[in-house]
Design a binder for this molecule. Sequence first.
Ligand SMILES: [Zn+2]
Length: 412
Amino acid sequence: MEKPAVITESLGVERAEAAGGAHAAEVHDQPGSLSSADRRWRRVVGHVTAPEPGPTLFVVGGLHGNEPAGLLGLERVFARLGEVGLARGEFIGLAGNLEALTAGRRFVEEDLNRIWLPPRIAALRDGEPVSVEERELRQLDEQLRGTLARARGEVYALDLHTISGPGPAFVVIDDTLLNRRFANRFPVPLVLGLDEELSGTMAHHLTAEGVIPVGFEAGQHDEPEAVERAEAAIWIALEAAGLLADGHAEFAAARRRLETESRDLPIVVEVRYRHAITPADGFRSEPGLISFQPVRNGARLATDRAGDVRSPLAGLVLMPLYQDQGEEGFFLVDPVRPFWLRLSERLRPWRLERFLHWLPGVNRHPEQASAFIIDRRIARWEALQLFHLLGFRRRGAAERYLVMARRRQGPR
Ligand SMILES: [Zn+2]
């Protein structure tokens, strides 16, 4: 099937596909610098369509404006693809929060990775944006819808981030089996359960749209290695999505690049605790904490206005905050035994949720299909674990009740 010859971006920039079925690569040719404040990014960093139809890879870098490493990685990959091309399908790379990238800040008015909520997206499609980030959200949503409308096969997504503290790369997913399968292709630790702690993320919206997204954390904001890791992640995503020819040299090098650093790290971890903060807390991490570093119960991890902030349990610290903006001071995670992962993969197709309301303290949600209300005073702890194994995540919580809902598990 023929691809349209010209793809018109929402910003009015036209990218022509070269005649005769050659690859079209558009690269913005500016000097690479980790400090983003001295340059202006354009929404579309690059866009390549192979003559042969196939799956789509949708990549966003800089959803947080102080995290330009992913965009620099994208530039490198597009530059290389201008020479070697794609075997099939379509690859588009976008800049996330343009205003915040220019300012070199995580966000200007609100976190662009917390506002992908269905009512807000719906309102933006008809009405006017009320914040800087809503304007960004609307443009990204237009790009996404255009990409989905053009797609001829599976759509994969890669959401590139960096963190304020030091540490190795890792991947984050909304826990569906398809997302897990994609995430397993990246030879770095997989973090499960973050999706339960955060709402309004782009990844959650993408999963709900039937896209298969993985979030990739490439390291610390300003280290050059973060660009290398982000570039490696993009090559791996291109390969995993099926867009590269077999035996691609960049893919092999990318795997080696990430494998070497991850050798001594757990393969899968699960979030046990999120330390939520507000700007009023005056939260300051202890110096020297590194992601995946073991901490004991009671260890001092930070200080805030109330005094010492101590670890409420033993585990591995993840993403200790070393910047002003952010809603989490740190997370604590635990390795997950492979046995539980295999068990959960086997259990999910059985649709055991048909019987979950038989458990004590568990009731079907009166309005939401495939959601359950759990009475914490009655339900046993094992019931919650069972929900997790079956792919359910906490959707809301009051003092006594939890709402557990299941991610969309199927393809588009
Ligand atoms: Zn980020």
